[in-house]
Design a protein around this ligand. Structure first.
Ligand SMILES: C[S@@+](CC[C@H](N)C(=O)[O-])C[C@H]1O[C@@H](n2cnc3c(N)ncnc32)[C@H](O)[C@@H]1O
Length: 441
């Protein structure tokens, strides 16, 4: 069976328009430089790298990933190609390129160098200032070098990774690029880096199931954590500030994909195979699913319902759907399933699915010129109760379009204690050490 889950990369928050890594970059004289590898020993290669950095900064500003002069200056300064030996210069400076550094041999990526547009977005969210003490969880070298530029000569940067191959690489590249002041630590970051705390900023670069107590203990009073947190089978980078109760409250978030957090904090998420090539992912252990009944439903003809509401911002709409009905899960199908027309294309990348006993419904979209986005949302539903479950889903689609059609509409809190909701609520997600509460004000 083909892989059903994305394993690495960057962010889904913006469409991937084009594989920039393969587009020949031309310098100001019009010479294509894609064939220049990252061997920067020649003056020409160094000059090309500088031009590529300038173009990268322009691109990232246009995309909205760079918003401050400080992050622009850092990206314009750090030689990313030094951290990516073997990549062409153009690939090293492509905004969406997230080269895999290490995988487990079964298709799971263990380490990658994150896409620079995502690194810039998270650094902007972090708001790192000169003189700060900053910790990066998950190393590669490049991002830590950007942080070193941001904290300046009076600040401190620590980068910690669980994998000795990765720390060794990071140390070597940081030294080569001139950032030997960055401290590279080999450790399971579940326990933080107590010897270097307190941190003003902690930036996590692996998909984390929870926020370990050590991160809160090692965060300064006015500190901020930026963490790719697993929520209902998807990952959101969330920028959290401390609130007055000792918990955390979000300042911003975005959909992203990161390699999984390993070690003591790793977590096996619940997934249920409906049939070969069709998998359901859900967080909540208490939601009972009858895989046999759902398989039977899958083979019954589908009905469709259209909401009359616009389809837009799939990442924002998805977060709303996943956190507004306890029976909402994620449905993934592989290409052969789509080709057999058992399920429609939205299931290929994962789509919110509402499950009720022997029936289920998932989100669809169709062109509609009357909508400002050009698309209308709807659902496809299967099973004996398809009509009811489709109506329930359409109600959610309309509510989102009516009240929450904007970026950042949710407020996300992290309570460092295990809280039980008074009534079952999909917006309250119990983790190992604490509770995530997603509300829609
Ligand atoms: C996406 S890569 C790091 C990317 C790098 N920070 C960058 O921005 O290019 C994620 C890293 O997290 C590391 N990692 C996973 N679990 C960890 C843990 N428990 N403690 C420390 N590092 C961990 C992996 O070994 C991997 O190298």
């Amino acid at each position: 069976m083909a892989r059903l889950r994305p394993v690495t990369g960057g962010s889904f928050a913006r469409p991937v328009e084009e594989d920039r890594a393969r587009r020949p970059f031309r310098n100001r004289e019009g010479t294509a430089v894609t064939d220049v590898t990252t061997d920067s020993s020649t003056g020409q290669a160094r000059a090309n790298a500088e031009l590529l950095r300038e173009e990268l900064v322009r691109d990232l500003r246009e995309q909205g990933a760079i918003r401050s002069e400080a992050v622009a200056a850092a990206v314009a300064t750090v030689p990313r190609h030094v951290f990516l030996p073997g990549e062409t210069l153009a690939a090293a400076y492509a905004a969406d390129n997230a080269p895999i550094v290490k995988s487990d041999g079964h298709g799971l990526t263990l380490s990658s160098v994150s896409a620079v547009h995502l690194q810039a977005t998270m650094l902007e969210a972090a708001g790192i200032e000169p003189g700060m003490n900053v910790c990066e969880v998950g190393s590669g070298g490049y991002n830590a070098a950007l942080m070193a530029e941001l904290v300046g000569e009076h600040g401190r940067v620590t980068t910690v990774d669980i994998d000795p191959d990765i720390t060794e690489r990071a140390r070597a590249f940081l030294d080569e690029a001139g950032y030997s002041q960055v401290e590279v630590v080999l450790a399971d970051a579940e326990h933080g880096v107590p010897g270097r705390a307190l941190f003003d900023r902690i930036i996590v670069t692996a998909g984390s199931w929870d926020i370990p107590p050590a991160w809160l203990e090692q965060l300064s009073a006015g500190g901020r954590i930026i963490v790719p947190l697993r929520l209902k089978g998807t990952t959101r980078w969330i920028s959290f500030d401390r609130d007055h109760t000792g918990g955390l409250v979000s300042r911003g978030y975005g959909l992203c994909v990161f390699v999984p957090f390993q070690g003591a904090g790793s977590h096996a998420e619940r997934s249920i195979t409906m049939e070969d090539g069709v998998v359901l992912h859900l967080d909540d252990e208490n939601v009972q699913l009858d895989a046999g009944a759902l398989r039977a439903a899958l083979h019954q003809p589908r009905i469709e319902r259209w909401s009359g509401a616009l389809f837009d911002m799939p990442d924002e709409q998805m977060l709303f759907l996943l956190t507004n009905d306890p029976a909402m899960a994620l449905l993934y199908a592989d290409q052969p399933v789509i080709d057999r027309e058992l399920l429609a294309r939205p299931a290929l990348r994962g789509v919110p699915v509402l499950v009720g006993g022997d029936s289920f419904a998932y989100r669809a979209a169709r062109p509609n010129d009357e909508m400002s986005s050009g698309y209308e949302s709807g659902v496809y539903a299967h099973g004996p109760a398809a009509e009811d479950i489709a109506d329930r889903y359409v109600g959610l689609l309309r509510r989102w379009a009516d009240k929450y059609h904007r970026r950042g509409a949710a407020s996300i809190q992290y309570l460092p204690e295990l809280a039980t909701p008074p009534v079952p609520s999909s917006g309250v997600i119990t983790k190992r050490h604490g509770t995530v509460v997603v509300t829609w004000p």
